[in-house]
Design a protein around this ligand. Structure first.
Ligand code: AMP
Ligand code: MG
Length: 484
């Protein structure tokens, strides 16, 4: 197994072996992720692969490495971080993507590395299942993301706030290089290494820029564009990452490092899904501007290569319009609008205001809205039921109905189009929690069931109706933090 990242000079990583995981057992695996690397998912439960994805057996020819990187955490320069518990085994051929494509296989929770700092190098079962389910759910929603192949559990005890057990999640992505990987070399004033890394990324993932007038400026432009698009997708589906530190930002514009993430339920623009983020830096409403802030941090790091401040700024200027354009496009689709009208922005703002005023469930709202018939008052009732402030909703519905009539919207066509973009099923915290609690008692069936539901988020799946339900009362005090 080749490892292209390990062809970089040794300063970029440390060669090391995963720490063996005692008595490993399969918790869950994704058939669609396995298919990307041409693997039959059932093979993962065979001893040889179980041992591989636990870190107990190294594939022939593999050079396992942990990468060094730095980053800004909560807006503050944090210095060196690095893969504190992740070890990349190497590249698997990914015929499921395209002939010749490759995916890096990375074990998360595979033991201590030189970058573990105060950590133990392990990941708990709870957070591994969350990352697994969310990666696969995001992929099924069509949102750029790293993938999750499987989670392997063990009875090994790991101490967090309470005693938990260890697990290893296998992630896959073309690359796990982060904004912070570039910041690392910039802040250490190692411009040779900075260039080596940028050339590697361009060579491998953006070869079209090799012949650009300024390849590094082209790189920054493209990464800013992809980041803006990724975050527009997050906003449109109500996804909150929770820890948008620059070390968690992918150079490929993929959603990366699932920790205290959440999906918006009762709509609140200032919602903070990460219990540790007291200032609300990474609240739902701030994600778009934080995405831009992070691109600026990357721009700063690439400045020595780009050469001119003006050219760096020119690259970064793409972010705001790219975000606005993508978000508007996604909102139009969510509302089933086929034409563009000058006042659409106002319609969206008014919608967010009424959602906010009633804390209506974000996912149910769009899904139910897809089923309304413009001139059938009774068909609006299920949507209306989600609002405490009915007059406010009615006022918005009037505007929306008029907007639909303006383009002679056809109820049946619109419903099809809206149901294809507004998911019925998202990874609500309480659903993950139920699956996790069962898994902690060695019953992995609910993780598998939930994965199956989330793999087809736009399908009605009448037999799985309960997975689309509002969170139960006990879920209101579920808290997620960085402790994972
Ligand atoms: P995160 O906020 O999870 O992205 O983690 C920030 C940094 O801390 C990364 O460099 C992680 O690799 C590292 N880290 C998080 N948890 C652990 C752990 N249990 N052991 C070692 N390093 C960790
Ligand atoms: Mg991280």
């Amino acid at each position: 197994m080749e490892n292209l990242f390990a062809s970089l000079p040794p300063a970029h990583y440390t060669n090391l072996m995963p720490t063996p995981l005692p008595a490993p057992y399969l918790v869950c695996a994704s058939a669609s992720a396995a298919a990307l690397i041409g693997l039959d998912v059932t093979a993962i439960s065979h001893p040889a692969l179980l041992e591989t994805f636990s870190g107990n057996r190294i594939p022939a020819g593999s050079t396992p490495v942990s990468a060094v990187y730095s980053g800004h955490q909560f807006g503050v320069w944090a210095g060196q971080l690095g893969d504190g518990r992740a070890i990349t085994l190497g590249d698997a051929a990914a015929p499921g993507i395209a002939p010749g494509a490759r995916l890096e296989l990375q074990l998360k929770g595979a033991g201590l590395t030189p970058y573990s700092r105060m950590g133990d190098g392990r990941a708990v079962l709870r957070s591994s299942i969350r990352e697994f389910l969310c990666s696969e759910a995001m992929a099924a929603l069509g949102i750029p993301t790293t993938r999750a192949l499987c989670v392997i559990g063990s009875d090994q005890i790991v101490m967090r706030e309470q005693r938990e057990t260890a697990a290893v999640a296998t992630r896959m992505a073309p690359s796990f290089v982060r904004f912070g990987s570039f910041e690392h070399w910039f802040y250490n004033e190692k411009h040779d290494e900075l260039k080596t890394l940028a050339d590697y990324v361009i060579d491998q993932f953006y070869p079209q820029f090799k012949t650009a007038g300024n390849p590094y400026q082209a790189l920054l432009t493209e990464v800013s564009l992809r980041t803006a698009h990724m975050i527009a997708h997050w906003q449109a589906v109500g996804f909150m990452h929770g820890v948008m530190n620059t070390d968690n930002m992918s150079i490929l514009g993929l959603t990366l490092d699932y920790g205290p993430f959440g999906f918006m339920e009762a709509f609140n623009a200032t919602h903070i899904c990460n219990h540790t983020d007291q200032q609300g830096r990474y609240s739902y409403a701030r994600q778009p501007q934080i995405g831009e802030w992070n691109c600026y941090a990357l721009g700063q790091a690439l400045l020595p290569l780009i050469g001119e401040v003006d050219e760096t700024q020119a690259a970064l200027r793409i972010y705001k319009p790219a975000y606005a354009e993508k978000f508007t496009e996604l909102m139009r689709a969510k509302l089933g609008l086929q034409t563009q009208q000058a006042d659409d922005g106002k319609l969206f703002d008014a919608l967010f205001a009424v959602l906010q005023g009633s804390h209506a469930d974000f996912t149910l709202f769009f899904r139910r809205l897809g089923a309304v018939q413009i001139d059938n008052a009774a068909s609006w009732e299920p949507v209306r039921d989600l609002f405490i402030d009915r007059p406010a909703f009615d006022a918005w519905a009037l505007q929306y109905g008029a907007r639909l009539r303006l383009e002679h919207s056809d109820d049946a066509e619109r419903q099809l189009a809206m149901h294809a973009v507004n998911p019925k099923y998202v990874l609500r915290n309480y659903l993950a929690q139920i699956a996790i609690e069962k898994a902690q008692n060695k019953d992995f069936s609910e993780v598998a069931r939930l994965l199956q539901v989330l793999e087809k988020p736009f399908d009605e799946q009448v037999e799985n109706e309960k997975y689309a339900a509002l969170p139960p009362d006990w879920a209101s005090d579920l808290e997620v933090s960085c402790s994972s």
